[in-house]
Design a binder for this molecule. Structure first.
Ligand code: GLN
Length: 493
């Protein structure tokens, strides 16, 4: 069984002919066949196409013409348009949408030889923190509390991506992060994920949630695996005017850099009320690891952090309400007819969108409406600038910030359901970096007393991904997180 290995090991193993790309892909297809009925990570499995791609990969490997990801089986969040393969955004409104084009990020991965196992589950249009808002059902976190079989959520919105990697149903996955959707599910599922700087990856062909915040990134089993994936995903794209024309550095090489003399900031505002003592302890542990690795620890302040969530839940819904206006039953996807055009819109959108999406559209149109624009949207934009300024100020003093990723470990399916605000609080540590556009890396750091993974987050300067990979690698070595979830394919070299 080959599902237990990392991408770094597979890259070598394929070249040393220890196994073929076809064997590697088939091992993952088997894992999907065994586990997906229960975990529900995949919405669409493309097993036959994957095996064909793997055969091509074997030919390339044999010919010695094999880019970095040749033969590596990945899961793709069902928010990335994939040519000829159904792309739903986990919404009824796009239930049967088959894009005629490939997103830039997935095209980059294919260019570099990756094999796509299928499209993975998410919160509808990436709105949520528990993958509970999917039209295709909830995803089960492969991790269990010790001695319990309670259904825990994998986090969200990239819950299918995180669960697929944690359960070894994919070697890595793409995610998107608007306010925490890569980092929080990574933390809940005990894997690694990075939200790059806004503009680092092209958004072209990714179904939009909040355009000024959305960013694609990799989710994987290690920091180095994420570095390899991001290397391929990142880069300037003339089709996305917000993608940045800046060379993509050698991320994998950055993973081994020394941390001597590096300054790590600890933002005091992240000692938020409600932070679990266990997470506080893991945070302290992370501080100690970085001290031992030669870093200097500096207390810093991000005074506007406390407004992060409130501002996010104005700006993100505002942009969402505008982006989702296109699903009108005329141009895309599902249509429910009506006696008039207005009725057609109302019927289509009423039937096509789930409750959370409707709530966001309502909030978004409210804060953008003539009477409230200045009081909410405009003010939120100003506060966003102040949040950004906080980060820029502290990055004059320190190279990177260390915080927890989420305020708790994974919660159970029934919890937080009746209270949307409680659900929004999950994003308290991830949202500020999204507002500022800076990169964030989440890595598993320890287990809770109930046996669930807890994550730490590193935040860096704009385009400081290399620093995150360097510090993250050192922390990963110190943490030596080798635990596996209860629901897992297993296997090793
Ligand atoms: N949980 C947040 C939300 O619901 C973040 C989602 C995301 O990053 N896509 O908006």
């Amino acid at each position: 069984m080959l599902t237990g290995i990392k991408i770094t090991e597979a890259v070598d193993g394929l070249r040393q002919k220890k196994f073929s790309a076809e064997e590697l892909t088939k091992a993952h297809v088997n894992a999907i066949n065994t586990l997906n009925d229960r975990i529900n990570a995949y919405i669409t499995v493309t097993a036959d196409a994957a095996i064909e791609q793997a055969k091509v990969a074997d030919q390339k490997l044999a010919a010695g013409d094999a880019p970095a990801l040749t033969g590596i089986p990945l899961a793709i969040k069902d928010l990335f348009c994939t040519k000829g393969v159904k792309t739903t955004a986990a919404s009824r409104i796009l239930e049967n949408f088959v894009p005629p084009y490939e997103s830039t990020v997935t095209a980059n991965l294919l260019r570099d030889g990756a094999v796509f196992l299928g499209k993975v589950n998410l919160d509808e249009f990436a709105m949520g923190s528990g993958n509970l808002n999917s039209a295709f059902g909830a995803v089960e976190n492969p991790w269990k509390r010790q001695g319990e079989d309670t259904f825990l959520v994998p986090g969200g919105s990239s819950g299918g991506s995180a669960a697929a990697v944690a359960a070894q149903m994919a070697m890595g996955a793409t995610g998107t992060d608007t306010g925490g959707s890569i980092r929080q599910p990574a933390a809940y599922c005990g894997i690694t994920g990075i939200k790059p700087t806004y503009g680092r990856c092209s958004r072209w062909g990714i179904i939009a949630y909040a355009s000024s915040l959305d960013q694609a990134g990799p989710m994987g089993k290690s920091v180095e695996d994420c570095a390899i994936m991001l290397q391929s995903m990142a880069g300037f794209d003339p089709k996305d005017s917000t993608s940045v024309d800046k060379e993509v550095p050698d991320y994998r090489a950055a993973c081994n850099r020394s941390l001597k003399g590096m300054k790590v900031g600890i933002p005091m505002e992240y000692r938020a009320p409600g932070l679990s003592p266990e997470i506080e302890a893991v945070w302290q542990q992370g501080i100690n690891w970085l001290k031992e690795a030669g870093c200097e620890i500096v207390d810093v302040s991000l005074p506007h952090t406390k407004y992060g969530l409130a501002t996010y839940y104005i700006i993100a819904p505002a942009e969402a309400s505008s982006n989702l206006a296109r699903y009108d039953g005329v141009r895309y996807g599902r249509r429910v007819d009506g006696a008039s055009l207005d009725e057609l819109y109302a019927n289509t959108r009423g039937a096509g969108f789930g409750d959370e999406v409707k709530r966001r559209i309502l909030m978004g149109t409210y804060v953008l409406s003539a009477g409230y624009y200045d009081a909410y949207y405009l003010r939120a934009q100003k506060v966003r600038k102040l949040i950004n300024q906080d980060f820029m100020n502290v990055f004059d003093k320190v190279d990177v910030l260390l915080t927890p990723t989420a305020p708790t470990a994974a919660f159970a399916k029934g919890e937080n359901l009746d209270d949307p605000v409680q659900m929004y609080l999950n994003d308290i540590f991830t949202v500020p970096a999204s507002m500022a556009g800076v990169p964030g890396l989440a890595i598993p750091a320890g287990l809770s007393s109930q046996g669930l993974p807890l994550g730490l987050q590193l935040l860096g300067r704009p385009f400081g991904e290399e620093t995150l990979f360097a510090v993250g690698s050192a922390m990963e070595k110190a943490a030596n997180f080798t635990h596996k979830p209860t629901l897992c394919a297993g296997g090793s070299l």
